[in-house]
Design a protein around this ligand. Structure first.
Ligand SMILES: [Cu+2]
Length: 193
């Protein structure tokens, strides 16, 4: 065999070997572990906090700039909010969306306050009342995780201010319940698989 023939044969062999190798790689199962790198960030699941606070009545009672709502024409006054809660029919405009969420372990929860006033996103063992008795459903008591209100650092650190967001990471597998300690009918159940 001359040199050119040997070279051609070698090239063909290498091409075939490469094709076999690529084919083998394609059939290799995808790894279960999903390493987190800047190119491969953990997946994100978003929860939005909404409300319809009426700036005029809320700010008159609670201070300037407490409620900075952008809602057009659908505001609920502060007294109406309390009246509806006391009647056991809390205002549905105060809401976490979605109400239930299924995520994989390792997913980051991002909670964005798109309402006009502060909320909390507080994990509780069981859903129940918040720390403002007048906003709780009739007969509903404050859950331990909300007790003390914002004077309790554990509650204060779950606060989300209007226009801001918080991230929650490291949720264990199983069911997690979150509620707002101010408006306790704002509830989310998160199933981590
Ligand atoms: Cu709230």
């Amino acid at each position: 065999m001359n040199t050119v023939a040997k070279f051609v044969l070698l090239t063909v062999c290498l091409m075939f070997a490469g094709a076999t190798c690529a084919f083998a790689q394609a059939k290799t199962p995808r790894p279960i572990q999903h390493p987190v790198t800047p190119e491969n960030p953990p997946s994100l699941a978003q929860v939005v906090a909404l409300d319809e606070c009426d700036p005029a009545t809320f700010n008159a009672a609670l201070g300037p700039d407490f409620c900075k709502n952008v809602t057009i024409g659908a505001f609920t006054t502060l007294s109406d909010l309390f009246a509806k809660a006391a009647a056991g029919t809390p205002d549905p405009g105060w809401d976490f969306e979605p109400d239930t969420l299924q995520i994989k372990k390792g997913t980051t929860l991002s909670i964005v306050d798109q309402g006009g006033e502060p909320h909390t996103f507080t994990e509780v063992a069981e859903f129940g009342g918040g720390f403002i008795p007048g906003l709780n459903a009739p007969g509903e008591n404050t859950v331990p995780e909300c007790a003390g209100g914002f004077s309790n650092v554990a509650v204060a650190r779950t606060r989300i201010l209007q226009g801001s967001q918080v991230h929650i990471t490291g949720l264990s597998k199983g069911t997690h319940r979150f509620e707002c300690c101010i408006h306790p009918w704002m509830r989310v159940k998160v199933e981590v698989k």
